[in-house]
Design a protein around this ligand. Structure first.
Ligand code: SAM
Length: 246
């Protein structure tokens, strides 16, 4: 049952809204009004006029609820990254930089423990705030500082993800803190950055893969089912590899 203070995803035709159920609140779309007091005590999945009300998924929360001051890892990439890193509730994962915390939220929902490093205080606070606003992040250790200066034991992490402009200066340290055989992933927007990364992985990491994820949404009209007219053409290249024994 929906109760006061719950976050809900409200769909109205093609529009989506993420709102907190405050009994004095309401949502006005075109000429329709949804009063939140009418939702309290109702089951999720309720339809009121043209409004459909659900509990938000993590994707809804990241896309509609997180404040962003950095480029984020989009859910289409983030969930596949988590899959490729091979994490589960027993994993200790490292990521840097934290940015707005979008990937951090996904890793936190799937891993046992997440260590995240952010060098800019404003983004460190933003990411912590984004996760705590939605009751997430209890298994996350947020660190304010440069990953290069972090004091970490050898072979400490099951998996690592790197989302900084130039990952090359950090490769030796990533190699040191990652367990042998563990997966490391990188997100880079341009192909020349990926080439430079590949040149520098040699001897330390093996099993390289480079990929990108294209997602094509369809208009959900049964009698005229066809792709949406526009799509996101590119977010970033993903590179994955595994630590070789030194
Ligand atoms: N993955 C994040 C997300 O999904 O919201 C976005 C990361 S953002 C593109 C890159 C971040 O890395 C920036 O916030 C930047 O300040 C941080 N950064 C860059 N170099 C760093 C370093 N050496 N240590 C820690 N953070 C770093």
């Amino acid at each position: 049952m929906l109760k006061e203070g719950d976050w809900v995803l409200i769909r109205y035709e093609e529009k989506r809204y993420l709102r907190r159920l405050d009994p004095s609140g309401s949502l006005n779309v075109r000429k329709d009004v949804l009063k939140f007091k009418d939702l309290i005590g109702k089951p999720e999945g309720v339809k009121v006029g043209k409004f459909e009300v659900f509990r938000p998924t993590l994707e809804d929360i990241i896309l509609l609820g997180f404040s962003r001051k950095t480029q984020i890892v989009y859910p289409k990439d983030a969930f596949y990254i988590a899959f490729k890193l091979g994490i589960d509730k027993g994993s200790r994962v490292l990521e840097f930089g934290t940015g707005s915390g979008a990937l951090c939220a996904v890793l936190s929902s799937l891993a046992g423990e997440v260590y995240t490093y952010e060098v800019v205080e404003e983004f460190y606070e933003l990411a912590k705030g984004n996760l705590s606003k939605f009751g997430m992040g209890e298994n996350v250790r947020f660190h304010l500082g440069d990953f290069a200066e972090a004091e970490l034991p050898e072979e400490f992490f099951d998996a690592v993800f790197v989302d900084v402009k130039d990952p090359v200066p950090y490769l030796q340290k990533v190699h040191r803190v990652l367990k042998t055989g563990g997966v490391v992933g990188f997100l880079l927007p341009t192909a020349n950055q990926v080439s430079r990364l590949l040149e520098n992985l040699r001897d330390m990491f093996g099993g390289e893969e480079v990929l990108e994820i294209l997602i094509r949404y369809y208009k959900t009209v049964p009698e005229r089912l066809r792709p949406e007219d526009t799509m996101v053409g590119h977010t970033a290249y993903l590179t994955f590899c595994r630590k070789l024994r030194s």
